[in-house]
Design a protein around this ligand. Structure first.
Ligand code: GDP
Ligand code: MG
Length: 447
């Protein structure tokens, strides 16, 4: 994610201390320059940015505030490239989006993520499997779409991707779909054959959007190949993937500034929920470590049902939170996607995000044990955790293949968690939580 940039911005900002002190401004600019270069921002972009910030800060009077304002303003300007933001629907459905990019950049995953995102906005989405280069490609898409209940058009007997694209379009029109997302083949490097195939699909479909899917970990290389794709395919937007990895973040600035193509979405994890619309002012806020509560609220709103949440809160307050609620919560959490990216959206917590180990809810051995434990309980026991006496615990341990020690430990954890939740849901709950967060703040930000 953005930790590399965020941390270096903080360091740079901390160096501007006194009014009218050119030396401290110079130190801050030097730090900023070094960190931008380290984050893989193109040197020309860096040079321009530093020059403008120096000028603006001096004009406004050197100080933390003017430096910060200039840095923020310029970052927002760079990232606000002319063009659409997020997903834009055509006036006449179906909106057709062609997904293209190099092999392994994340096209297929992103196609499914995007379909999932649109579905959460109550749109009817069809995905088309037009990657016939790799044998397993259609199978991969089939699995992902089945898992996430996404409609897929594929035809294993057809060898021509252009025909499949045309048939998929017909299906999308006949089926009154809102959007058709077309997954295509990639190559390790740009070659003529691939470009011809893509141009032919483009001609056959006249898509509303041509999305270039770029791996943000490849740094300046991805800026270059995005440029070539743009020349040949007239790309209407870029989707940056793998922002959760060691991506240095500078690619976003490079694509926006050097190629003037709008960034539309960012992928920040392997799960289907790990995709977010790219909204420049929000991203800049997050880059500056200010968090982004709006994105957080939007992201959770699509997944957490309000009525259900109210019911749950009242249960927690009454101390009636049981094992069935726990399982429901785990399912919702999974849909939320990458926990790190969620934490990064909370103001003052961005530093924390980097330190969080990515908690994998599907392959976490403790969580799987807890699930095994719950599945060995009777219906009554799941509803009323208080029923669990020693005899019952022993039976559950045997049934789930856990030791009694483990069962006791999990039950204790569960009780503690329920108690904590009850406490935070009380009158002073929000205040308690805020206190906790402001302590975090004090620890994170260098002054
Ligand atoms: P394609 O060849 O362009 O279709 O690429 P795939 O969609 O098959 O993705 C290649 C690999 O990258 C897969 O292992 C994906 O799980 C992974 N991947 C895609 N997007 C992301 C992302 O945003 N974050 C992470 N960590 N992995 C991703
Ligand atoms: Mg693929």
């Amino acid at each position: 994610m953005f930790e590399v940039l965020t941390d270096s911005f903080k360091t740079a900002i901390s160096k501007v201390r006194f009014a009218d002190d050119e030396k401290s401004l110079k130190r801050a600019l030097d730090t900023l320059k070094k960190s931008l270069l380290k984050a893989d921002v193109h040197h020309k972009v860096v040079k321009d940015l530093i020059k403008t910030i120096e000028l603006e800060t001096k004009q406004a009077g050197i100080g933390k505030e003017s430096f910060l304002k200039s840095l923020k303003g310029n970052l927002t300007d760079i990232l606000t490239t002319a063009g659409n933001q997020g997903f834009v629907f055509a006036s006449k459905p179906p909106t057709i989006a062609l997904m293209c990019g190099l092999q392994g950049s994340g096209k297929t995953t992103t196609t499914v993520k995007l379909a999932h995102y649109l579905k959460s906005k109550k749109k009817k989405v069809l995905v088309a499997a037009c990657d016939l280069q790799r044998l397993a490609a259609v199978e991969q898409l089939k699995q992902l779409c089945t898992q996430n209940e996404i409609d897929l058009f594929f035809d294993v007997s057809e060898k021509n991707p252009i025909k499949i694209a045309k048939n998929a379009l017909k299906r999308a029109q006949d089926g009154l779909y809102d959007a058709l997302l077309v997954d295509t083949a990639g190559r390790l490097a740009i070659d003529e054959e691939l470009m011809e195939e893509l141009s032919d699909i483009k001609k056959a479909l006249t898509p509303d959007e041509v999305f270039y899917v770029a791996d943000s970990m490849t740094g300046q290389d991805s800026v270059r190949s995005a440029g070539t794709f743009n020349e040949l395919m007239a790309v209407s937007g870029v989707i940056l993937t793998k922002y959760d990895g060691d991506s240095k973040g500078g690619v976003a600035l490079g694509i926006a500034k050097q190629l003037s193509i709008p960034l539309r979405f960012i992928g920040m994890g392997e799960k289907v929920g790990d995709l977010e619309p790219f909204l420049p002012d929000r991203i800049v806020k997050r880059l500056m470590g200010e968090g982004d509560l709006i994105s957080l609220a939007e992201k959770t709103a699509g997944i957490i049902d309000e009525k259900q949440a109210r019911k749950l809160t009242s249960k927690i307050k009454k101390g009636q939170f049981n094992f069935n609620d726990f399982l429901d919560q785990m399912e919702s959490m999974k849909k939320l996607g990458n926990l790190k990216s969620l934490v990064g959206m909370i103001p003052g917590m961005s530093g924390m995000a980097g330190k969080l180990r990515d908690m994998d809810l599907e392959n976490n051995s403790d969580i799987n044990k807890i699930k095994a434990m719950i599945s060995s309980m009777t219906k009554k026991e799941r509803e009323k955790p208080d029923l669990l006496n020693n005899a019952r615990k022993k039976r559950i341990a045997n049934g789930s293949g856990l030791s009694q020690l483990e069962v006791n430990r999990f039950l204790k954890q569960f009780k503690n968690a329920a108690k904590m939740a009850k406490k935070f849901s009380g009158k002073n709950g929000m205040k308690d939580l805020q206190n906790l967060m402001s302590q975090q703040d004090r620890m994170q930000i260098p002054r």
